[in-house]
Design a protein around this ligand. Sequence first.
Ligand code: NCD
Length: 336
Amino acid sequence: MVLVCLLAYYGREGTFILPSLNRKRVSAVAIRGKSLISPDDFTVEELQQVVTTANEMMDTGIDSYGDLCKGKILATLFYEPSTRTRLSFETAMLRMGGSVLGFGDANTSSVSKGESIADTARVISYYADVAVMRHPKEGAPKLAAQYATIPFINGGDGGHQHPTQTLTDLVTIARYKGDLAQQVVAFCGDLKFGRTVHSLIRTLARMQVKKFVLISPEELTLPTHLYREVQAKGVPMEVTTCLEEVIPEVDVLYMTRIQRERFFNEADYQRLKDTYILDARKMEGAKRDMIVMHPLPRVNEIAYEIDDDPRAIYFKQSECGVYARMALMALQLGVM
Ligand code: NCD
């Protein structure tokens, strides 16, 4: 009987369904020790494992994990400004009983003396158990991970990738919308430079959502290589410049800021910055159960009057980010 039960939980290709977490399939290849530089570094099952763990942590309550990472140290290496990513990583580790060291301004580190990423990564490996790096140069966290002997996490590299924002977004969608296959997901704003969009769209394509709607000015459309990648996954895509026209069919509206720091000239930014402003009038055309997400910071693309609309969940999304990072680090450190 015991053997039958065990077999019932053992699936194909070495996957294992934990009885207590009946929604998830856990890959036999553990997340323990793994770096996360691009969402593609994790299988769909591994991504789901982080999402399910984060949602369970959220259900149980933050106070239940105070000893999980006792004695563990997180290094935060931020070469580019950050509020949510750095602080949510820090609070995630502190909430699990661990400690944090690092810098939020590269000028206070030896980088200002010319130290290479590779050397920094080697040294940090002796000081911490897990590290998160944000860098303006695309590929910098990947290089660091190659030299580090601890799991490295990409906290955003230039206009490239932002995998832990993707985990945050997946936790949020799972929590507030449910089944991905039923969702029409719209991305609105700067799809050219927005790394949160780049990471999320390719991940949702792997996970097979119902449809994508891409809303941007013509100068800020999704890069062609990404468009082709998503297209190859077979998810239908609609491209438009007009938010009002498509909003009635959308289930998840992912607003983004125009990425001023990635523009070559200020005049172009000024011309494009207010292309999309989501306000109460536009929300009238949306479904009653649509959710509005935003990785934040918002500049002007969501009017403050929307904040009280129950469909606006961007602050709850920030809360999900803490649990996503707790789950990720706990699994990487092998304490769960
Ligand atoms: C995003 C980022 O840094 O890419 N912010 C975040 O991490 N929550 C989005 C942005 O800066 O527009």
